[in-house]
Structure formats: C-alpha cells, structure tokens
Write a protein that binds this ligand. Structure first.
Ligand code: UD1
Ligand code: CA
Length: 425
C-alpha cells in the first residue's frame, strides 16, 4: 500500500524557551523529530517534514539523516491545518494514505502506528484520528462524540465550553487520511477560533459535512501520545523512554544493575549476559556484544561497536570506535575515532588525542590485536600501534609503533640519594 507521511515541525515551541527549535531538542542524543521519522520509516515510502521556525537547522538535520524525507517550508506558521496544506502541491495526484503526525511526540511506536492504520482500513474509514484518555487532559484538544458515540469533532482547549473541558478523551496529534478524499478540505479551512489559526483538527467536521466516514482510534497506552511542549515534558519523556528501553534489554537477557541511573539510547543493541553497571550513559547508535561489562559511570557517545567479552570500566568515554573482543579499558580513559583490536589492554588514564583544534580535523587511532597500552598514555592521532606492541606508561605516542615493539617516551627515572636530608641540613 502506498503510504506517505506529513510531519509537522514548523512551530516555534515557545514554551521550551530556547534558540533551538523544539523538534531538535534531544532525548539520548537523538532529536525529537528523529524519533518520529524512525517510527514511520518502515511504514511509509516518502515523508514530508513541514519546517518553519529555524527552518535551515531542521532541514539540515532531515537531509543529513533521512533519505526518504523532504522538507517543505511553512512561512509564516498559521496553524497545523495550514502546515499540512503546504504539502498539498507535492501530493497533488497522490491516491494512497497520508499519515499526519505532530513533530513533538517522540514516544509513539511503530507498532501503534501500524495498529492505527490497520484500524483505519478495517473500518473503511476515510479519516481516522488517534485519541488517548487522560485523567488530566489540560492543554489538549478534546474529542467530542455524538450521542451514538461516533466521532463528532475536536475542540481545542482554548475553544472549549466548561462542560467540554471535563472530557478526558484527547486528540493525540496523529491522523490517517485517504488523501484524495480529504485533500479538498485544506483549501476550505477557516481560522475563526480563539487562536486565529487554521486548525488541522477541523478536517473532521469537514469530512462529516461532506459525507465521509470518520473514526477515532483510542490508543492502548496513553503515554505514547505524550507531546513535548516544555523542558519539564522533555525530562518526563526521557524518563519514560529510559524505563521502556531498559526493560526491553532486561527482557532480552541484559543485566542492568540500577535501571534508575542507567540511560541507554533507543538505537543501542546489547548482547546477552552483558552487565551494565550504575550511572552509565549511552547515547546515539551503538552495538555492544555478549558478556561485556560496561560501567559503572561509563559514557558511550554513539558510533561505538563493542565485540564480546569486553570491559569498559569506570569513567571511560568511548565515541565512534570499534573495540575488539576480550579487550579491557578499565579506568579513566577516552577512546575516540579508534579501531581497537582483540585482547588489547588499555591502561588507566589513556587518551586518544583525536582532535586538532587548529585544523578542526579528527584523526584515527588504530591499536591492533594484543597491544598493551601503559597507564597515562596519550596516543596522538593519526597513529597506528601494530600487533602485540607495548607502550610504556606515561608515553606520548606521536609515531606509528611496529609489531611486538616497546615504545616509551618518558625520561629515565633518577634517584638522588639523601636529597631530602641534604636539603634539611
Ligand atoms: C495539537 C492539536 C491538539 C492535540 C495536540 C496533541 C491542533 C490545532 N491541535 O495542539 O488537538 O491535542 O496537538 O499534542 O492541531 N506546527 C506547525 N505549524 C504551525 C503550527 C504547529 O508545523 O503553524 C507543528 C508544531 O511544530 C508541532 C505540531 O505542529 O510539532 C503541533 O503543534 P502545537 O502547537 O504543539 O499544537 P498543540 O497546541 O499541542
Ligand atoms: Ca504540542
């Protein structure tokens, strides 16, 4: 089935109080918008992201990370209905389904979206909206139903009557449309409401007036509809995401000693029998093998691939690096832009100096199998240490080291006998 999406990401997000557009605020190193695009990517074949506030930044993120997404400019931003109408020219002759989503709902899952589309098809619906039930629905659009319980319309909070305000069923901000039937609505919306905006939600009344079939699908887990409007919401969503991800790993056979203080990004794979110790923070895309020990207090920053039986200990930071099996980096190290082989020992306090601040270039450190790096070593990249070589403690390695060699840069140790006594004379 031909399904496309329109993702609304043009709003300013005033309540974030930020110079960064709301949809680029991050959870575990991934922007809110990235969560939405990842959730639709296996469902749709083309995605349109409506951009407006800080359009260039959002466009840049989308173009760098998502091949099947295009951005469409909405300027000025006159409301969610106006936002979707910006995509109409691109969808002029399109006949399939269009999934419309708010750009600020990172907790929605692919599974729920699939169920939603299935519901839309089963009901032979022309327009379906996703709804959720909350004890405290404040701030959200309320779902108004007819006496026979069928969908009537959505009323934004600012337009509600006191009686409507008590309704607990809300609009989650996700819509499924038979595009060729609903498309004409977008040239007929009005902004005659409390906020003077063109509301997307008015397409329901339009659909009913035009004899189309409209439905609401109540989502099973209302937390998936959680929309981010403030930094408080961002922290709350991060906590929900943390719990969800940690539970998934534990069910799959990973030990997480203290789930409360362990943060693992959605795009991290972890093998069975690996133990993650407290206060570990893992962001971005990573792959961790079986039987590893990570943490306590480890930081994986993305692009990290760790093989089996690896130990990444306390205060070790790893970024964009491959670590071979049975390798240890037990304490206080930074490993960035590196390729580390198997059975390597990285002593405490080892640093890969991967960044040249003058050229702003990053370079690679390569440590082949069986290399042993002594404590407090700086590996100044680009540099390769060949198989089995040893590096003496406190060395600054600026040249390649040949296989099975010992490299040392420290000055020889001296002992001056009775030096202290002589000072005291
Ligand atoms: C919207 C819904 C509300 C629903 C809630 C769920 C409308 C009119 N209201 O309200 O019924 O309960 O989401 O979270 O749709 N945007 C644009 N262009 C614009 C305005 C907004 O692209 O001109 C984008 C925003 O960036 C955001 C999304 O649309 O990602 C929703 O906008 P927002 O202002 O957050 O709508 P709500 O007031 O939350
Ligand atoms: Ca919102």
């Amino acid at each position: 089935m031909d399904i496309k999406s329109v993702i609304m990401a043009a709003g300013k997000g005033t309540r974030m109080k930020s110079e960064t557009p709301k949809v680029l605020h991050e959870i575990f190193g991934k922007p809110l918008l990235g969560y939405i695009l990842d959730n639709v990517k296996n469902i749709t074949n083309e995605n349109f992201v409506i951009v407006g506030h800080c359009a260039e930044k959002v466009k840049d993120y989308v173009e760098k990370n998502y091949e099947n997404a295009k951005t469409v400019l909405q300027s000025p931003q006159l409301g969610t209905g106006h936002a979707v109408s910006m995509a109409c020219p691109m969808l002029k002759d399109f006949k399939g389904l269009v999934l419309i989503l708010n750009g600020d709902i990172p907790l929605i899952t692919e599974e729920t979206l699939k169920k939603f589309i299935e519901f839309h098809k089963q009901k032979n619906s022309d327009l379906t909206i996703m709804s959720a039930i909350f004890d405290d629905p404040s701030g959200l659009g309320r779902i108004i139903r007819e006496s026979d319980n069928s969908l009537k319309c959505i009323v934004e909070e600012k337009d509600t009557t006191p009686e409507q305000k008590t309704i607990k069923e809300i609009n989650a901000g996700i819509y499924c449309l038979d595009w060729d039937k609903i498309r004409p609505a977008f040239s007929q919306l009005s902004n005659n409401n409390a906020q003077g905006e063109y509301y997307l939600t008015d397409i329901i009344e339009w659909g009913k007036k035009n004899g189309l079939s409209v439905h609401a699908y109540i989502m099973e887990n209302n937390e998936e509809s959680f929309g981010i409007n403030s930094r408080l919401h961002l922290a709350e969503a991060t906590k929900i995401m943390q719990k969800r991800i940690n539970e998934k790993h534990m069910i799959n056979g990973v030990t997480i000693v203290d789930p409360e203080t362990t943060y693992i990004s959605a795009d991290t794979e972890i093998g069975q029998d690996t133990v993650i110790y407290p206060s570990t923070y893992i962001e971005g895309k990573n792959k961790i093998g079986k039987n590893c020990k990570i943490g306590p207090c480890a930081h994986l920053r993305g692009g990290v691939e760790i093989a089996d039986n690896v130990k990444i200990g306390n205060f070790v930071e790893v970024k964009k690096s491959k670590i071979g099996s049975n390798t240890n980096a037990g304490h206080l190290s930074y490993i960035g832009d590196s390729e580390v082989g198997a059975h390597v020992n990285i002593g405490a306090g080892t640093i890969t100096a991967n960044y040249n601040p003058l050229t702003k270039e990053k370079s690679k450190t390569i440590l082949k199998d069986n290399v042993k790096v002594g404590s407090n070593t700086v590996l100044v990249a680009p540099v390769t240490v060949d198989e089995g070589a040893n590096i003496g403690a406190l060395s600054v390695i600026t040249k390649n080291v040949s296989a099975w060699a010992l490299a040392l840069t420290r000055s020889p140790m001296r002992i001056i006998h009775d030096w202290v006594k002589n000072q005291l004379k």
